[in-house]
Ligand binder design. Structure first.
Ligand code: ADP
Ligand code: MG
Length: 240
């Protein structure tokens, strides 16, 4: 019965979102159409400028569609036994490039003896990327993004902390609402997607934020009783 209830709720959420998504995608489409029309009689310089706007708006429509699809699919994701640290390392080049462009730094504090988990790797990458991008977007060029892993009790925790602008108290409860954004170029779907990914992994997300100081997102996964592999660094520790 509980399951049915959740499914019905989810359906209506997707229905509501389908309504807003038409609106969200019509905006960039209208901008693109308008600029294409204007392009007919313009100089190369102006064209260049328009070109960039058109590309940005098309990319925006594309991200909305992609994020929305990931969110609406909600299929039972195929999970495999893997290590969070491997996923983080695979994302590193992308994250460092992004941080470099912004003049920001990234710090990794990966814990010892973090056990493996059953994860959907593609979704886990989406989750970490979305969280890290949000962190970077909240910081100026002196900012530091910290990605940390810990085992705490029966949870494996992933901390993604930034030294950015922080989140006002009254916005905290709206963060995970689809289409809630405070950015001119945001889709507002990033955190909604993160939440649905974490829920599919039986995890939770906590947020702590202080305005002007920064924000930390804490993602907790239950220790996986089906994974009996040695904790990652145990063999290394034994040989030292
Ligand atoms: P988007 O990034 O497209 O705006 P998200 O769902 O990823 O959408 O985030 C929703 C909103 O939550 C953001 O617009 C921003 O106001 C707030 N937010 C999310 N992460 C952070 C963060 N690390 N620091 C400050 N604000 C944040
Ligand atoms: Mg985002």
């Amino acid at each position: 019965l509980r399951n049915e209830f959740i499914n019905v709720e989810r359906l209506s959420l997707v229905g509501q979102m389908a309504a807003s998504i038409t609106h969200e995608i019509r905006n960039p489409m209208a901008v693109v159409r308008g600029f294409l029309q204007l392009m007919k009689e313009k100089s190369p310089d102006t064209l260049n400028h328009y070109y960039r706007i058109v590309m940005e708006e098309l990319d925006r429509a594309n991200s909305i569609i992609n994020d929305f699809l990931s969110l609406a699919q909600n299929r039972v994701a195929e999970k495999e036994e893997c290590h969070l640290h491997d996923i983080i390392h695979e994302l590193s080049p992308l994250l460092w490039a992004d941080a470099n462009l912004r003049g920001q730094s990234i710090e990794l504090k990966l814990g010892n003896h973090i056990p493996r988990l059953h994860l959907n790797i593609k979704e886990m990458k989406q989750l970490i990327l979305n969280m890290c991008r949000n962190g970077m977007e909240a910081m100026d060029d002196k900012g530091t993004l910290t990605i940390e892993t810990r085992v705490e009790g029966k949870q494996i925790r992933l901390y993604i902390a930034d030294t950015g602008i922080g989140i006002p108290e009254n916005e905290l409860e709206r963060l995970f609402e689809p289409f809630f954004t405070t950015k001119t170029k945001g889709t507002g779907l990033g955190l909604a997607l993160c939440m649905s990914i974490v829920q599919r992994h039986h995890g939770t997300i906590d947020v702590k934020s202080r305005q002007g100081e920064g924000t930390v997102f804490i993602i907790s996964f239950p220790l996986d009783p089906y994974v009996h592999g040695l904790p990652e660094s145990q063999s290394a520790a034994a040989s030292e």
